[in-house]
Design a protein around this ligand. Sequence first.
Ligand code: CMP
Length: 140
Amino acid sequence: MAVTRTFSIIKPDATKRNLTGAVTKKLEDAGLRVVASKRIRMSQEQAEGFYAVHKERPFFGELVEFMMSEPVVVQVLEGEDAVAKNREVMGATNPAEAAEGTIRKEFALSIGENSVHGSDSEENAAIEIAYFFSNDEIVG
Ligand code: CMP
């Protein structure tokens, strides 16, 4: 299995509850390495652009407001089959359906306030990483 990269966001519900370290520990324990990380407050433009694929969904406005409501931590994660590994440790989007031991099972509050985002494919990982990071900010 090849070493690849994925993109992660520790969302406002988690940063607000001081869970940045706890979430990151889960990622590291799963075998992922944080090769870039920064705490930012998303602008409306950034949040709308990042979630543009969801702009026709009824929850789009709520999603954008939520992502701007508190700081987030954007990260690049590296590891073997990183996209799949990250999705496994995150758990299902809806915490009510998330498996035991996953980040969302332990920390998420609801389907909207679900503590983390992770890329759903290597193609999207590359796009999402480039949305927030320049190459010199990523140190593997
Ligand atoms: P994420 O992986 O960041 O990608 C899109 C996000 O939309 C998703 O996680 C959820 O936080 C959010 N989302 C999905 N479905 C709903 C919903 N029904 N209501 C509110 N937010 C949602």
